[in-house]
Write a protein that binds this ligand. Sequence first.
Ligand code: UDP
Length: 357
Amino acid sequence: MKILTVVGARPQFIKAAVVSHELRKKHTEILVHTGQHFDHNMSGQFFEELNIPDPDYNLGISGGSHAEMTGKMMVEIEKVLLKEKPEWLLLYGDTNSTLAAALAAVKLHTPICHVEAGTRTHSKTNPEEINRICTDHVSTLLLASTQSGMDEMKKEGLSERGYLVGDPMYDAFIQYSGKKDVRELKMETLEGITVKVPDEFYYLTCHREENTEDDKCLREIFTAMDRLDAPVVYPVHPRNKQRAIRMRKERGFRNLILVEPVGYLESICLVNHAKKIVTDSGGLQREAFFAGKKCVTILDFVIWPETMVGKRNVLSAPKAEEILSKLAQGQKIDKNYNPFGDAQASKKIVEMLEEKI
Ligand code: UDP
């Protein structure tokens, strides 16, 4: 089979890493990188560390409005699809790259396989929600990571095309955990200094549009982090960099260690060793769950309901007091509860593509 995969953002590189290795054992994969994430520490580093084959096409499209980015991507992806004529288009998650590729392919009658299908936030303000819904509705094969994805697809009449395969993020977490020694980790601060990871620390990631539109949310989040009983490691997403540097100058927030984005192996090492996690990332919420770490998610919608069981992951508004009180709550872990599959999702994804060709 000839499969064309389109990726563009950090979480997609991680999923593609595990699936591509499986796919390329028997099939031909053409890899297209839209360029949505382009900084070395948001893109190239992942390809190197995770040994992802170099993209066959790099479209170099990033920035601009949602419509601008999606439109430009559609035009270029259509050209690649017409040239390569793949049997399947393989897509991950919910980014503008996912949506653009889906819309370009469906008009060319290229069958689409969507991994992470059925994920829903039911939020009107979450920009990725429309990408998920549209991609699912034009896809031929809908592969859900969890049962809640299957349930959501049922509500939308998509069950006939839906299959539960497990979460490739869990495959990656299992395959790559332990590849780095936390005592050896070195991170570069935004001030350009190389630092080691403290013995005890919290891990913060924050990058979503909802939390980065103005200073207010980040100021509340930083205020909470500043009051914690151990330093907080925060790899700052490029979207937040200037604001974080300015806020540090204005207010100090000395309990925060502001570092450049870290590689995936470093990130899951931080997850595995942190006291607790504070995040607005869909990936981090699941990784906290995989590692058994208490997680507070600064969003007003649930994206992975499975992680919320036993208060292992709780939502908080971007308000300092609420974040701190939610972080202080305990969690209940049931070791037999494993809703993200058996770390064989990548194999199952390839098997489904073979079966449904
Ligand atoms: N991650 C990383 N380096 C960082 C921060 C996060 O490798 O500096 C990883 C993290 O471990 C997770 C993924 O990036 O696997 C999550 O991506 P992101 O938060 O960008 O997207 P989302 O999951 O919200 O779609």
